[in-house]
Design a protein around this ligand. Sequence first.
Ligand SMILES: [Zn+2]
Length: 463
Amino acid sequence: MLIRNGIVLTQDPSLGELPRADVLVEGDTIAAVGPNLSAEGAQVIDAEGDIVIPGFVDSHRHTWETSIRTCAPDYTLGAYFAGILDKFAPHYRPDDVYAANLWGALECANAGITTLVDWSHIMNTHEHADEAIRGLQESGIRSVFAFGFPNTSLQDWWFGPDYAGSVLEIDGDLARRLRSEYFNSDDSLITMALATRGTNFCREEVVRNEWELAKELGLNITVHVAMYRFGYTKMQLTKLKEMDLLYPNTTYIHSSHLLPDEWAMVRDSGSNVSYAPQIELQMGHGWAQAVTARDYGVPIGLSSDVATTASSDQFTQMHAIFASERARRYEIAWDENLEWDQPESKLITSRDVLAMATIGGAQVAGIADRTGSITPGKKADLVIIDGHAVNVAPVIDPVGAVVCAADVSNVDTVIVGGTVLKRDGKLVADLKGPLQRVNASRDYLVSKIDQPAPGWLPAAVTA
Ligand SMILES: [Zn+2]
């Protein structure tokens, strides 16, 4: 397959931005990038005037919540625990997880997200795990299945007896079974990670056992830290350091209130952060501190977190972090010195933001060796953005066009591992069956909630 004459934003520092170039795909792999490539007999995709980027990476999403999309637009994070994790999650059947994961992963393909880290903490039975994986498999996208724990009771799984932390652990035997049954290769389209709760929500012995499980199975850990009032003063990284559990390649999600020495711990342990800026702003986690992470040299990925409260595409995340982090820096600068007029010194740029949504996300997902940039030898995970669209043309700075102008409607073509999942703005997959399933799942889950009517969220949890 030859993608011809596109504006190619490789996200590979050695290749840079190519104003007019071709991308040659052989099998599932990028074979060459550059102007005037020849490939006899290749299927040609004309990208004249369009923008070719590596597929986006969503580095943390609770995909099982897709079937209750936007049920909680006004929630704080505190309300989310009570309203979503305590009310909805216990009712989930394996079928609901399958329907949500398939629909959410198809949504990714449509939005140009070629890799999804599915933070799957809905492992209420063994079958829930199998069905979560089946949903990802059938979508055709690349994913990291971050195996978690059940959500059968808020108190049991998040706060434990007397709110002193959970005494319940991730099911190690199930983790071992999934690892050998589905994920015995770390090179497959779907790979595995461990989604844990950490020191904020669990007793020390639980934390230790779960970190040791990750080590035993050779899995990267992904954990929420330093968010909202739960994480404001708890010093979770400090605690992990005391326990000697600062593993490399760990993803610290949100990280809104890390202390300076904790940032050094993230850096020194070779770990990374995943920001969900739209959700963090809306629900009260804190700022997505991209400048701080950048100053420490910590890789940054973007993520959509929960479909219950905001849209799940990477354009939304790019807009949110671009605006909020610049707003934060302007305010800091003017608080320090009203004469300050050198914004370039500390502001993030559109190029920073596009990197977070692509190669940064791939680093966070732990698979930058195979995706996240248009580099010969990497898997062909590619997206073509329509440069002729009414909201994108005329193109002057192509990075500006992607970060500041484009949206999901401009995702013309999506390729994952050499397989075309979307072409001419339409998904190849038939959406009819998956739509029926996710709607039926929605109907079932909503019927299980006390006040199933418009405005039905209990007032107590919206406060
Ligand atoms: Zn999350």
